[in-house]
Ligand binder design. Structure first.
Ligand code: NI
Length: 264
């Protein structure tokens, strides 16, 4: 079964058919979903989804583009939610200089605070980094993110930078972009990164792979991503599905017989 490591099923574009869609995933080979919070409201909705669906786990965090809403009270609330049963990561957190909104100074402040939160609660992090390669890596090093571990979601940087994240023992979230014809740099990076450090993700509803590019994305498109990774790695897509599932279960502490995240 495919492990979907990054989706936003709380997004309003799923309001019309969320229940049907989520109910259909298992029949299409999708076994587990991490629903990732991107705002405080998104985190609340994520908690609801984890309670409603046995196969949905959650991450609690505020996306860099939403950090203007954060305050120390917000972080206290996030910390409380992190102790709930099916919350397995802090994220998505990071820096986004493509949209320099809010100001990078604000983004950095709350990235640092949420990295500290991950350390406090002992959870791995889900990193969002866009056009902010240097600052992201500098901050993660300064805050010793390798001690928390985590995944760089929707990895979009070079193979050289991938080496730096591998040195920190991080994972790489690979999604629909890998199927795009012009994704040369990413294809080089994925060819380089060991399969044991790759997670499959969609970032639904965004970044739909070929042949559904431009449409609303869902975990149902993950076989296209698995196929593209398999081609680059010279293995079967079944192997990609199996190894990336094991990777995600290891990172998020969901190994069989080890489902209570507090037990280790
Ligand atoms: Ni996302």
């Amino acid at each position: 079964m495919i492990f979907e490591s990054h989706a936003h099923y709380d997004d309003e574009v799923f309001d019309e058919d969320r229940e049907e869609l989520l109910a259909s995933l298992a029949g299409h080979g999708i076994g587990t979903v991490i629903n990732v919070g991107a705002s405080l409201a998104g985190c609340r909705a994520t908690l609801e989804l984890t309670k409603k669906y046995p196969f949905v786990y959650g991450a609690m965090g505020v996306h860099p583009g939403e950090t203007q809403e954060l305050s120390e009270d917000g972080v206290v609330w996030l910390r409380e939610q992190c102790s709930q049963d099916k919350i397995v990561a802090v994220g998505e957190i990071g820096l986004d200089y493509y949209w320099k909104e809010p100001d990078p100074v604000v983004q950095k402040k709350w990235f640092e605070r949420q990295l500290e939160l991950a350390r406090e609660v002992g959870l791995p992090v889900i990193i969002h980094s866009r056009d902010a390669a240097k600052d992201t890596l500098d901050m993660m090093r300064a805050l010793r993110a390798e001690e928390m571990g985590g995944v760089v979601h929707c990895y979009s940087y070079t193979k050289e930078l991938a080496r730096e994240y591998l040195n920190m023992d991080f994972y790489f979230g690979i999604g629909g972009v890998i199927t795009f014809k012009n994704a040369k740099k990413l294809k080089e990076a994925v060819a380089y990164i060991p399969l044991e450090k790759i997670l499959l993700e969609t970032d639904s509803p965004y970044l739909s792979p070929e042949p559904n590019r431009g449409k609303r994305n869902s975990s149902l498109n993950l076989p296209y991503v698995a196929e593209a990774v398999a081609e680059l790695k010279g293995v079967s897509s079944e192997e990609v599905v199996e190894v990336t599932r094991q990777n995600a279960e290891r990172l998020f502490h969901l190994e069989e017989g080890h489902t209570d995240k507090t037990s280790d």
